[in-house]
Design a binder for this molecule. Structure first.
Ligand code: BGC
Length: 764
């Protein structure tokens, strides 16, 4: 602890300490003027600065700021450098708008495409989400502005988000729901982490000692402060004890008093309060080291928002119609061509500095082509046949129809989940009617999460996923449609064929206050892959106007030690006629494992830009974590000796090169055998094997004898018509031995106790 902070703490009264741990207003912390502790200003987040006009007043009106694309779009760029650049721009705006900490990014997993807030989250894959979050945080913090990594943890739905208990087993938490946070904390040290509203396994995230203190602070080494989501604290004392430092929003006089009383009556150790005070002061002074002043370059940031949008858009289907070229009459259909749908509803809602209108931008790039416009669908959920009729009329005689279809806010927003994956009925009817008269129909989607398309996808020529594309997205659409930008975005989440196919379908959204994560590790492509199910568009998928060939995959070592890791390299060639970018993905498949594992998991990726004919070798390192899984028995990440396939792929469903490697585990795992351990578990553990191995043949002989009833005719077989040893292998030894009363020198209990003693002694 710095001397300065120590000195301040020593001079603070109990009341001042308690007050510091609670906000003064919705967006400011409590200053301690007599000791020179200033207030700190926080603001949403995550893809723009929603700085309210007066942070001390109850207003939602916010200052103009650049609205960058939301996380669904930024993750689809798979471009860590671009995210860093976006972070730097966000920080510049924070500095100009007087914001110390930006509340974002969100690193929760997209457990189900129904999650209302999925547009604010990066991916269904923790590795990709972690890389994106870490880069954005590093970008923002490189300019001396803080971040708030949110919402920790298991906040994957809006339904009952303030109260529901996410029931998740430890392995699933460690492998799916925590690693993006872990990566971001370890690689970027966000200044703050925001706990979520929900409970995790029965305890509010705001009071969760295991999550906040044991894992986040102690295990991952998080140095910043934990802030509550707005209104997430129930028990103030329990929250402090759990590891939550700062409660927001304020003021909360009663809570402050409760903390003071708790210390005075011995219910709360003052050392716990001091630790939270220390963490808060540390960040407050860090924040104040960056003077807040000046302006930001609106044009430059608008241009950056445009660039990110054009990198994040995904060409999902193209029968060759795109890029558009020489069309003389373009029918522009859909109200989102005029009223851009570029962000989501809720706390992330930005007051943009300007908005690129898709229709205008299309016009600007379409040369002397004639453009006609029809609204196509209303703003609400009503059916309006006359709007469809008009769209059909202008589409029939055009060379191409471009349909701008935006998923309305009443179907997707923070605060409520989606109830289906459908567009509105009118939108579907519109696409079907237009594509019937116009084979050259392009659908441009603006949405934050997957929609189903089976009723119309076969009838349209092209589909461009435009996401919630930020204020510059209108230009990006035109760029891609006319080929000024060669699309390179790839999906950071699977598009399912139908809702009933989705992994959490049977466990969503929970009831009686609980939601069971019954699909466990198997979300997103981990589920579809392992179940070998067809999907509409797989994870990692996206088309380009050029083609890429993968060749010459190599590894630095065929046999390697887990702690050393290994590096994969592959040559990528642009075999088409235009320059383009390819996102190369590396998945790891474990051939054999003691615990069930997903079919394959993303463990590395790279984005490479190539001119026509150009070839480049890319290298991707794979470390210990790329091969390990979290073992709930050992309570740690483990590797196992054996063969792994490294799949170098253009998407989760498009494996281009495979290399097989042999891993040598260097782990010395403790002996965790106990009375309930099965014969298989004994034989899988080196110490267990040393003890059980020498007598296993005797146990087998005894078993055969008992089950053949002593009848020699059965030979190796037995009288009950089953292979006893296969059955026994999954029984605890104690249960097996109980089958042979009298035939053993000692009682089975004693025998097993002795065997356990021997096995554990071999540990040392
Ligand atoms: C949201 C947070 C947000 C906070 C402050 C909460 O309701 O969940 O993401 O940062 O409000 O607006």
């Amino acid at each position: 602890m710095s001397d300065h902070i120590q000195e301040i703490i020593s001079k603070m009264t109990l009341e001042e300490k308690a007050a510091l741990c609670t906000g003064a207003t919705s967006w400011t912390t409590t200053p301690v003027e007599r000791l020179g502790v200033p207030e700190m200003i926080v603001s949403d987040g995550p893809h723009g600065v929603r700085r309210v006009t007066d942070v001390h007043a109850m207003t939602q009106e916010s200052l103009p700021a650049t609205c960058f694309p939301t996380a669904s779009c930024t993750a689809s760029t798979w471009d860590v450098d671009l995210l860093h650049e976006m972070g730097e721009a966000l920080a510049e705006e924070c500095i100009a708008l007087n914001v110390d900490v930006l509340l974002g990014p969100g690193a929760n997993m997209k457990r189900s495409p129904l999650g209302g807030r999925n547009f604010e989250y990066f991916s269904e894959d923790p590795y990709l989400a972690g890389e994106m979050a870490a880069s954005l945080i590093n970008g923002i913090q490189s300019r001396g502005v803080g971040t708030s990594l949110k919402h920790y943890a298991a906040n994957n739905q809006e339904y009952q988000r303030f109260s529901i208990s996410a029931e998740v087993d430890e392995r699933t938490l460690r492998e799916i729901y925590l690693p993006a946070f872990e990566k971001a904390v370890k690689q970027a040290q966000p200044w703050t982490v925001m706990c979520s509203y929900n409970k995790v396994n029965g305890t509010f995230a705001s009071e969760h000692y295991h999550l906040l203190t044991e894992i986040l602070k102690n295990e991952w080494g998080f140095e910043g402060l934990v802030v509550s989501d707005w209104g997430a604290v129930r028990g103030r004392i329990a929250a402090l004890k759990g590891g939550l430092d700062l409660e927001m929003p304020g003021p909360q006089e009663k809570r402050v008093k409760a903390v003071v009383d708790a210390v005075r009556t011995g219910k709360l150790d003052e050392a716990i309060l001091n630790e939270s005070v220390r963490r808060i002061l540390n960040i407050v002074f860090k924040a104040k080291a960056t003077p807040k002043k000046g302006t930001f370059n609106k044009d430059k940031h608008h241009e950056l928002a445009h660039k990110i949008a054009s990198e994040g858009m995904i060409l999902l289907k193209n029968n060759g119609l795109l890029p558009l070229k020489g069309q003389q009459h373009i029918a522009v259909i859909g109200r989102s061509a005029e009223e851009a749908h570029f962000q989501g509803g809720g706390s992330s809602h930005i007051n943009p500095t300007r908005v690129a209108v898709p229709f205008k931008e299309l016009k600007a790039q379409s040369g002397d082509a004639e453009l006609s416009y029809a609204e196509g669908y209303p703003a609400d959920n009503s059916s309006r046949q006359e709007l469809i009729d008009k769209a059909v009329t202008i589409s029939r005689n055009a060379d191409v129809a471009v349909l701008y279809i935006a998923l309305p806010t009443f179907k997707e927003s923070e605060g409520y989940d989606r109830t289906d994956l459908d567009l509105t009925e009118q939108q579907v009817a519109l696409i079907r009617a237009v594509s019937k008269v116009q084979p050259n129909t392009v659908v441009v989607l603006n949405n934050g999460a997957p929609v189903v398309m089976s009723s119309w996808i076969d009838d349209v020529a092209a589909v461009l996923e435009g996401w919630m594309m930020g204020q510059g997205g209108g230009m990006a659409i035109a760029d891609v449609l006319f080929g000024k930008v060669n699309p390179s975005g790839k999906l950071a989440e699977t598009f399912p064929i139908k809702l009933a196919d989705t992994p959490a379908y049977l466990n969503w959204p929970g009831d009686t206050g609980e939601v069971h994560y019954g699909e466990r590790l198997f979300i997103g492509y981990r589920y579809y892959d392992t179940k070998k199910m067809p999907v509409l568009f797989p994870f990692g998928y996206g088309l380009s106007y050029t083609t890429f060939v993968y060749s010459n995959a190599k590894v630095s070592k065929k046999t390697f030690r887990d702690v050393d890791g290994v590096t994969i390299s592959v040559d990528i060639t642009n075999t088409g006629k235009v320059a383009g970018k390819e996102i190369v993905q590396v998945y790891v498949h474990d051939q054999k494992s003691t615990l069930v594992r997903p079919e394959k998991e993303l463990k590395g990726f790279a984005k490479v830009e190539l001119k026509p004919g150009e070839i480049r070798t890319i290298s991707i390192p794979l470390d210990f974590r790329a091969f390990s899984f979290y073992h709930p028995g050992y309570k740690q990440w483990v590797t196992e000796d054996g063969e792994f396939d490294i799949l170098i792929a253009a998407s989760a469903a498009d494996i281009r090169q495979t290399v097989t490697l042999t891993l040598e585990s260097t782990l010395k795992l403790p002996c965790i055998l106990d009375k309930e351990s099965t014969i298989r578990e004994w034989m899988d553990d080196p110490r267990g094997k040393a003890v059980l191995g020498p007598i296993i043949a005797q146990i087998e002989a005894q078993a055969r004898k008992v089950f053949s009833g002593g009848d020699e005719r059965y030979g190796n077989d037995n009288a009950v018509g089953m292979d006893i040893m296969i059955m026994f292998s999954d029984m605890p030894i104690i249960s097996v031995l109980m089958f042979f009363p009298g035939a053993l020198p000692k009682h089975p209990d004693e025998m097993v106790d002795e065997m356990l003693k021997q096995a554990h002694s071999l540990d040392k």
